[in-house]
Design a protein around this ligand. Structure first.
Ligand SMILES: *[C@@H]1O[C@H](CO)[C@@H](O)[C@H](O)[C@H]1NC(C)=O
Ligand SMILES: *[C@@H]1O[C@H](CO)[C@@H](O)[C@H](O)[C@H]1NC(C)=O
Length: 671
């Protein structure tokens, strides 16, 4: 009787949720469920066996190998094992790392513990540890991974899922190591899970791993043309895991739903304080396998310039990655998969609100009372926009380890804590680990990077930091500008994909830059001449290609390209210095040369030199690392009348050499 009632409520609630998207109705449904969970949540059970450790809270049962600490089985509702049990046990659910000792090759290692320990066991929580230890005395060959890694798995009462985090540590005197990738990977059962969701508008029935094996690799091996898929509707589509990447700040939840729409499997990432590169570092999410990841650190969208986790001989270090939450939900009450995604999103909001978590047993994870809060407000002073400083609206403000302006983009060894200001420029950052920081910021719509000179040394407690004023780079009033200074190329012209090589998900999609192969569209649009932008006539949304790439020639070689910006000046002050502000959203194996009015000048007015390894063009990102160049142009290079600035991407030879511009601005004296 009660159960039937609950079902009816739940149906009604979901129906209304779709209809009016009413928060209160949804909240009621989930309150009902919470009550149900609490009343009926069975006790926790930990079973330590020879070779395995089993954690069970009556909702989900998780089996880990002992002492390796590999997740070998996740039992939930009618699903005996959500993981791919056709894989070897060591390849189902694991932490992995790609690392290199100086002068040696990259090694991919699945992190396996050698000792097991119960860290907490009470009526609300089980926490277990699987530890891998570096043994300096027995590393004569100098080829071992010089890290101690303590992997933790936590199960809470009444929570359908489990948490995982890990403490990484290096002691004084240990040999150097360069870590290029660090993640949790979960390989799901492909016979069950076929629907992937990473955002409201990025969800689809996915191809299978064998569809990829049977297909044809494209310009990158990760991009595969599906020639012989099991589901014929996928024939002729392109699959590439990078199409599903997300910025850290947006990467809260992603995962998979079973083909019968009954069970969802989600990776919830409640915070990115432990992730590399701050809010807009892009990482992989879920992809064909079916695979779901928590990507903590990688060079993706940043390149080898990201020396973030490189340790010299002797360098000590300690860092906690996670916890992240592996969440399962089920839909036995409603037939639509939509609600599983909505519920997972709802759960991700709940997890973020609970951050910092109060349960991790490690002393290396400070709880809320052991952390700091800072408050302040940020203003912008750009006297050519407004005479006096004005509030920095929706600005990103963050505490990150001390460094140069913008250094947070590359920081991986420490923690970062970011927020956005309100309309008045006020900000509050909560849950900050004690430590030494600088305050960094950038403001959407304003060029450049802010860093306060203040050394911020935090202990637990509240800090009022007062007012900060960001004076962005600016020499003179704006003569013209192209684009929006927001660190992406999204506002520029993003073409449709090649109809022969598409992922239908991204056709007419607001993020169609995710489509494969857009770099080739430049040659299609500009087969024998390059882009010319006429200030006052052209529209950057239509006439400025989102990436300055090479041109494909008849023999398939890749040629440098030269873009032109033509503009009129009524009067020029020959003795004045004009400034071209060149903000880049991404660069890869590129060199941008600036020439003024003479395309054939043997030496350019300015060159960036060879820059970038972030590969955002090849990886369907819309930005990589941000760089700003301020180029001086002596007035005597300009003329009264029509002028042309030539932007030459001078590095040919490679298909993916190129840059994405974020924003360009010419400044000059008011006349
Ligand atoms: C094949 O893919 C389509 C979507 O393109 C989906 O609607 C359909 O259910 C899939 N068929 C099977 C058998 O999975
Ligand atoms: C630059 O050189 C090209 C090829 O040599 C020539 O066709 C063009 O007229 C020159 N442009 C200028 C402005 O001198």
């Amino acid at each position: 009787m009660e159960k039937a009632n609950w079902k009816r409520h739940s149906h009604l609630a979901l129906f209304l949720w779709f209809l009016v998207s009413s928060r209160s109705v949804y909240a009621r449904a989930s309150r009902l469920r919470n009550v149900k969970e609490l009343k009926s949540s069975p006790p926790l059970n930990l079973d330590v066996q020879q070779g395995y450790v089993v954690m069970d809270n009556g909702l989900v049962r998780v089996t880990l190998s002992n002492p390796a600490g590999i997740v070998t089985e996740i039992k939930y509702e009618g699903v005996d094992n959500a993981l791919d049990y056709s894989q070897r046990e060591s390849r189902r659910g694991y932490w992995d790392i790609v690392w290199q000792r100086p002068g040696q090759a990259d090694i991919f290692t699945i992190i396996e513990g050698t000792s097991f320990k119960v860290m907490a066991q009470n009526e609300n929580q089980i926490e277990v540890s699987f530890k891998m230890i570096y043994d300096a005395a027995h590393d004569q060959s100098g080829s071992a991974l010089p890290l101690n890694i303590d992997k933790r798995f936590v199960m809470l009462r009444g929570q359908p899922g489990f948490y995982s985090y890990a403490i990484f540590e290096r002691s004084n005197g240990w040999p150097g190591v360069d870590i290029s990738e660090l993640r949790i990977a979960l390989k799901l059962d492909h016979r069950r899970f076929n629907y992937m969701a990473v955002a409201d508008n990025i969800q689809r029935v996915m191809p299978t791993a064998s569809d990829r094996t049977n297909g044809q690799p494209l310009a990158y091996p990760e991009a595969v043309f599906l020639t012989n898929p099991t589901n014929l509707t996928f024939k002729g589509q392109v699959d590439d895991k990078y199409e599903y990447s997300k910025d850290n700040k947006d990467n809260h939840v992603h995962g998979w739903i079973t083909s019968d729409s009954q069970v969802g499997f989600w990776m919830i990432i409640p915070s990115y304080e432990f992730k590399t590169g701050g809010p807009i570092k892009r990482e992989l999410t879920s992809h064909v396998g079916p695979t779901t990841l928590a990507a903590f650190h990688s060079r993706h969208y940043a390149g080898a310039t990201l020396k973030g986790l490189k340790f010299v001989d002797g360098e000590p270090w300690k860092k906690v990655f996670g916890p992240v939450f592996v969440y399962l939900n089920s839909n036995s009450d409603s037939p639509t998969s939509f609600s599983l995604w909505e519920d997972a999103k709802h759960q991700s909001v709940k997890e973020a609100r609970k951050w910092p978590y109060d349960f991790p047993a490690s002393d290396d994870y400070p709880h809320a009372t052991q952390r700091a809060t800072v408050r302040g407000h940020l203003k912008v002073h750009d006297r050519y926009l407004e005479r006096s400083p004005f509030p920095a609206k929706s600005a990103y403000v963050g505490l990150a380890p001390p460094g140069a302006p913008g250094s947070w983009q590359l920081n991986a060894k420490g923690y970062q804590f970011w927020t956005q200001t309100d309309d008045c420029g006020h900000f509050t950052i909560r849950g900050i680990r004690p430590g030494k920081y600088n305050l960094y910021a950038w403001v959407p719509g304003i060029m450049g990077d802010y860093k306060s000179d203040l050394d911020i040394n935090l202990r637990p407690g509240e800090y009022k930091l007062g007012e900060f004023v960001f004076t962005p780079p600016r020499n003179d009033p704006t003569i013209w500008e192209i684009g929006i200074p927001d660190r992406t190329a999204a506002e520029f012209y993003v073409p449709d994909g090649n109809p022969q090589l598409e992922n239908p998900l991204f056709i007419n999609h607001p993020e169609k830059y995710r489509q494969y192969g857009l770099w080739e569209r430049y040659t299609d649009l500009y087969p024998d001449h390059d882009l010319v932008f006429r200030v006052g006539v052209s529209d950057y949304r239509k006439d400025w290609f989102f990436a300055h790439v090479t041109r494909r020639s008849e023999d398939n070689s890749r040629l440098p390209t030269t873009w032109q910006i033509s503009f009129d000046l009524r009067q020029v002050l020959p003795k004045a210095i004009y400034t071209l502000q060149l903000a880049l959203a991404s660069s890869a194996g590129a060199e941008v040369q600036v020439r003024v009015n003479d395309p054939n000048a043997s030496s350019p007015q300015f060159s960036t030199g060879l820059i970038g390894k972030d590969n955002a063009i090849a990886r369907h990102g819309i930005h990589g690392l941000y760089q700003l160049f301020s180029v001086n142009i002596p007035g005597n290079r300009l003329v009264s009348g029509t002028n042309t600035i030539f932007l030459r991407q001078s590095r040919g030879g490679y298909i993916f050499s190129g840059v994405m511009y974020d924003y360009l601005r010419l400044e000059g004296p008011a006349v």
